[in-house]
Design a protein around this ligand. Structure first.
Ligand code: GCU
Length: 616
């Protein structure tokens, strides 16, 4: 299985993007074809209604479902038949599509027919944006491969399995939580299952562009670096890179591994939140071509500051899950992405933490177009079995899949390796290896990990976790006023770090039930006033942290969680949202809004970190 991930690149030449009238076959499926012009590529979207069979006891097997067995004669019968089965919408979680599937954890078979035509000299690549949490994939009864992990894209070359005319694509999707999975068995978000992101088939020439990485070189704002990988592992093939608006057109040649290196001086308008400039980049070879929209910026650390394009930047962030609370379902569409990101912009953010897993490519691309910097992470979240060898392999695969898909998205400034993992030798060994792999795969971005284990000394909070040495940016999840009592008055809390690195408060906050008003000093009442007070107190603390480079409230909106079962205040919702599950602003929202707005007005981040001397 190729790790290289499909890019929703803009194929060169012109597509007539047409949606054929729904060809209502007996499977009641919609066919959506993206016709292309005379490009080297064609795309088919396989989104729409797929037939499904719920297989709670994993009884479905090779003979019946996979081979699409039909009764052979009068005495024969097939129990696992898809004919006239129910359908589910793809993309989408199954939990929110059927009330009886709200809590379902198990296997569901998905099936749809497709006809993409099969031409000699072409290859057919099947791409999945995300399938929760694992799946086996079959084409015309043959197993194509499997994938583990619900939040990263994956691709199979199905050329050998295809036949002309109608083909049958079948998935067995399973969302059971497992102790040796990533995330592990218990996590504070809803365990949505299903084909939760789009499915596409791309027709490419036999020798095609299989991957590319084009960004400014680390530490440079005028030199492009990277590479273009062809599917043929042979040398001297010409690859032409064009960035018309920057006056760039250069032909380079592949090495014996089929990779052509990029190293070009460029005078570019740099991407920034104020001016999220993207360039149309065209890559072409003798047989293939594609286009992408790519932005260019530099991101570095200098002492305790984060520098964007060489200037200190304060990350005014917010975290959110990939969920639309009003629908109690996974976010999957452009409009879902727009709802979440517009809410972040309205709060005054220039940064979003995509928690706790790689979110959809359309969310990432839209955030970049909106000028939002991003933190992207893999779901190495609490309770991971670091002593189990399979974990390193799984975490490494997930990390590479995340970086493979988004390495050309300049809006992403931080790759994060984990969230709240308990300090241990095994944890440090795995995360140290992953930090090295991330830097090797992508030397241009910053590496972080969110921790919550800090030592206290009276009013001091001490950052001593030795793993911090592996990170470019420190990140602390600290719930002062909720899970942790204040060690002193908020303005008297002193943060101390053994490391001369920037710190992001990557999570803070507390719960409130929207519309529930009352005392501001009693946590157990879940009042908006308590949450509001908590935010005011945390901001008083932030203003005293000299090496603070950003804050990220937990969380933008209330979200579904099996952890949260308080009978009157939670009912299956984590209520730390600044927005309610209906999207209404709680009082704390306005505290955060004014905090971020005050920074813009002062045009420098709080506690004047610009003037602080570098710690000796
Ligand atoms: C943790 C964790 C979040 C969780 C939050 C909470 O820090 O990172 O995923 O939802 O705390 O307890 O609400």
């Amino acid at each position: 299985m190729s790790r290289k991930i499909n890019r929703i690149g803009i194929a060169c030449c012109f597509w007539l993007i047409g949606v054929l009238p729904a060809a209502k076959s007996q499977d009641a499926e919609d066919r959506q074809l993206l016709h292309s012009g005379d490009a080297g590529r064609q795309h088919w979207m396989l989104d729409g209604k797929w037939q499904v069979a719920v297989d709670w006891y994993d009884k479905g097997g090779a003979d019946e479902i996979i081979r699409n067995k039909q009764p052979a004669g009068k005495a024969d019968f097939v129990e696992y038949s898809f004919d006239n089965s129910e359908t589910l919408q793809v993309p989408g979680d199954w939990n929110s599509q059927r009330p009886e599937l709200k809590y379902y954890e198990g296997s569901i078979w998905y099936r749809r027919r497709f006809d993409c035509g099969v031409k000699p000299g072409k290859r057919y690549l099947l791409d999945f944006g995300g399938v929760s949490n694992r799946c086996d994939v079959f084409v015309n009864g043959e197993k194509v491969g499997s994938h583990e992990g619900g939040f990263t894209s994956f691709r199979f070359d199905i050329t050998a399995m295809l036949r002309s005319g109608e083909n049958l694509l079948l998935l067995k999707v399973n969302n059971e939580r497992r102790v040796d999975a990533i995330p592990a068995r218990k996590f504070d978000w809803w365990n949505y299952g299903g084909i939760t992101r789009s499915v596409t088939i791309t027709e490419v020439p036999d020798v095609h562009i299989s991957d590319y990485f084009i960004q400014l070189k680390k530490g440079s704002r005028s030199q492009l670096g990277g590479w273009v990988q062809l599917s043929a592992r042979d040398s001297k093939r010409a690859v032409t890179l064009e960035i018309g608006e920057a006056g760039i057109r250069k032909t380079v040649y592949t090495d014996t591994l089929g990779r052509a290196s990029i190293d070009i001086a460029a005078a570019l308008t740099l991407w920034s939140p104020e001016n999220p400039r993207l360039y149309r980049v065209r890559i072409s070879t003798e047989q293939d071509c594609l286009q992408d929209e790519i932005g260019f910026r530099s991101i570095e650390v200098s002492g305790t500051q984060i520098l964007l394009n060489g200037k200190p930047v304060f990350l005014k962030g917010v975290s959110f899950h990939e969920e639309i609370a009003q629908r109690q379902g996974r976010a999957f569409s452009e409009s879902d992405a727009r709802q979440l990101l517009s809410s972040a912009r309205e709060l005054g953010c220039n940064f979003v933490r995509l928690a706790h897993y790689p979110q959809s490519e359309q969310t990432v691309r839209m955030a970049e177009r909106m000028g939002l910097m991003m933190w992207e992470e893999i779901p190495v979240w609490q309770g991971i079995q670091f002593t189990n060898p399979v974990i390193l392999q799984r975490a490494s695969t997930m990390l590479h899949e995340m970086i493979d898909r988004d390495k050309n998205r300049c809006g992403i400034i931080i790759w994060s390796l984990s969230n709240e993992t308990a300090p241990s030798a095994a944890r440090n060994a795995v995360l140290t290896r992953m930090a090295a792999e991330a830097r090797q795969a992508d030397p241009t971005r910053l590496i972080s990990s969110a921790f919550d284990a800090f030592k206290y000394n009276k009013n001091e909070i001490l950052i001593k976790d030795s793993f911090s040495l592996q990170l470019d940016v420190l990140a602390a999840n600290k719930y002062m006023g909720w899970y942790h009592p204040w060690p002193a008055g908020p303005g008297n809390v002193v943060w101390k770090s053994d490391f001369n690195k920037p710190l992001i408060i990557s999570e803070f906050g507390g719960e409130a039930l929207y519309g529930n008003h009352g005392s501001a000093d009693t946590a157990s009442l879940w009042t908006e006033e308590y949450q509001e007070r908590l935010y005011i107190d945390n901001i008083a603390m932030f203003d005293k942290i000299p090496f603070l480079a950003g804050v990220c409230p937990w969380v933008l909106a209330d979200f579904r969680s099996p952890f949260r079962m308080h009978a009157s205040f939670q009912e299956g919702w984590n209520r730390k949202g600044l927005l309610s599950d209906r999207g209404f602003k709680k009082k704390a929202w306005f505290i955060m809004y004014h905090y971020y707005k005050s920074m813009d007005e002062k045009i420098k981040p709080p506690n004047n970190i610009l003037q602080l001397p570098d710690k000796q």
